[in-house]
Design a protein around this ligand. Structure first.
Ligand SMILES: [Fe+2]
Length: 272
């Protein structure tokens, strides 16, 4: 799976987050105006830009930025190792992932976002003989919740969880709350920035000591982070304190692009 963001996206997100003009990055990186515009657009360049100067200007780690520029691909994690967590990808002009996790004993399932379409979710539930007990929303951007209505009409009893201020009180995530899904335990960590109601869900206590899984929404991507032009510093701080503080082997499941781990992001992600 290709990365959600190429190097030009990474630099562009940092530039917009900090309110830096394109001309400043053009000069720091040794671009022409034209070649910088192209770099932000598609990540390509003719002459290797000065990543140290760009890093200094935009508070990005230059070594990690070089890793992304060199075409890094995540390889520390895939979901194949955990048979009770699945990624479901749908595409309606934009590709988005949602995730289904379940307890093998009770056959109770929890859905994390809905993506564009209910069909693949319903098929997966049926295939694995699962009942949908919980629906956790990482943030209320449309691509993540587009299939909310059909899912809820199919499962009227499903318990909704979100950090949206518009959600009824009893559906809102509470600090310290642990939701039990069979033997699995699900907790939430507020990760606003990309979205005001952004939240990360951590699944723990898998059988066989399988690593924790964090459903991060668009807070962090493999090699990048969700765009946060209005709350950029908050977004970075929350990813650092709430996600990258999880144990190193924790598998990060983003809404876009490939899965990764905390350890891998600490090594390659230029924002952190
Ligand atoms: Fe989003």
């Amino acid at each position: 799976m290709t990365l959600e963001d190429h190097a030009g996206d990474v630099v562009g997100k940092a530039r917009k987050g900090l309110g830096v003009a394109p001309e400043q990055v053009t000069e720091a990186g040794g671009f022409t105006a034209e070649s910088y515009a192209k770099f932000e657009q598609d990540g390509t360049y003719d002459d290797l830009p000065d990543l140290v100067k760009i890093g200094e200007l935009l508070d990005l780690n230059p070594g990690k930025l070089a890793t992304i520029v060199s075409g890094w691909c995540p390889r520390a994690a895939d979901l194949e190792t955990n048979k009770t967590v699945r990624q479901i990808t749908t595409n309606e002009g934009m590709e988005v992932h949602c995730y289904l996790a379940w307890d093998a004993g009770t056959r109770e399932a929890a859905l994390f976002d809905t993506g564009w379409s209910a069909e693949p979710i319903l098929a997966l539930l049926q295939e694995n003989d699962l009942g949908l007990k919980h629906l956790f929303i990482t943030h209320t951007h449309h691509d993540h919740i587009a299939a909310l209505t059909p899912i809820r009409s199919q499962f009227p009893e499903v318990e909704l969880h979100s950090s949206s201020p518009n959600a009824p009180e009893q559906q809102r995530n509470q600090p310290g709350q642990v939701v039990e899904l069979g033997s699995l335990q699900i907790t939430s960590r507020e990760t606003p920035g990309h979205a005001d109601d952004g939240v990360t869900y951590v699944l723990d206590n898998f059988p066989g000591f399988a690593p924790k899984v964090a459903m991060v929404g668009d807070a962090i991507f493999a090699g990048s982070m969700g765009g946060a032009p209005n709350h950029y510093q908050l977004a970075r701080e929350k990813v650092q304190s709430e996600i990258l503080s999880l144990s190193a082997e924790t598998i990060l499941c983003p809404g876009h692009g490939p899965v990764t781990t905390v350890a891998e992001q600490l090594v390659v992600n230029p924002f952190f």
